[in-house]
Ligand binder design. Structure first.
Ligand code: CU
Length: 178
C-alpha cells in the first residue's frame, strides 16, 4: 500500500516538473506570431475582451514598415464583429475619449504600436462567445499593398473569473465585488 503511495507521489511530482519545463517552450511561438506582406510585418497581434460574452473588445499589435514610403492601414475586417480604427486621446480635463480614425499611417522604415491608451482596433457588436484556446482571424487592408490576414490571440480579462477558480466539490458562497 505504501509503495503505491510513493509511486503516486513521484508521478505527481514528475508531471508537475514536466509542465513547468514545457511551459516556457509553449510561450515562445505564441509571442513570436508574425504576419508579413510586402515589407510590412505585423507582430504579437492580440485581442483583449472582458469575459467570454463580451460585446466589444480591442485589438493590439505592432506594425513595422521596411518600405521607403509610409504604409496606410485603411480598414480592418472581422467576422466576429464590426472593426473600427480608434485612437484614445486624453482631453484637458484628463478624460479619455476615443476618436474614430479614417486610416492609420505607419512611417517609412519605422513602426507603429497599437496599444492600450493609444491607437487600437475597436471591435463592436460582437455576437460570438470567446474561447481562450481559439484564435480570431481578421483582415488588415492596406492602401497600396492589399490585404493581410492575421490571427489575434485572445487575452480575456476577467479578474473575478480568474480569482475564483475553485476545485470541484469546493462549493461555498461569497460576494463578488466586481
Ligand atoms: Cu476604441
Amino acid at each position: 500500500m505504501e509503495g503505491y503511495a510513493i509511486i503516486y507521489f513521484l508521478l505527481k511530482k514528475y508531471i508537475f516538473w514536466f509542465f513547468l519545463a514545457a511551459f516556457p517552450v509553449c510561450l515562445i511561438p505564441a509571442n513570436a506570431a508574425e504576419f508579413e506582406l510586402k515589407g510590412i510585418t505585423v507582430s504579437n497581434p492580440h485581442l483583449v475582451v472582458f469575459g467570454k460574452n463580451a460585446k466589444s473588445g480591442a485589438g493590439y499589435f505592432v506594425i513595422s514598415n521596411k518600405n521607403s514610403d509610409p504604409v496606410i492601414l485603411k480598414k480592418v475586417i472581422a467576422e466576429f464583429g464590426k472593426a473600427i480604427l480608434h485612437k484614445t486621446d486624453v482631453d484637458k480635463k484628463g478624460v479619455a475619449k476615443m476618436k474614430h480614425l479614417e486610416s492609420i499611417a505607419v512611417p517609412d522604415n519605422g513602426l507603429l504600436k497599437l496599444e492600450p491608451g493609444g491607437t487600437h482596433i475597436m471591435f463592436m457588436n460582437i455576437s460570438i462567445k470567446f474561447d481562450e484556446s481559439s484564435k480570431y482571424a481578421v483582415t488588415l487592408v492596406f492602401e497600396e499593398q492589399g490585404s493581410l490576414d492575421i490571427d489575434l490571440e485572445l487575452k480575456s480579462v476577467n479578474k473575478s473569473q480568474k480569482a475564483h477558480k475553485h476545485k470541484p466539490g469546493n462549493v461555498h458562497n461569497h460576494k463578488h465585488n466586481n
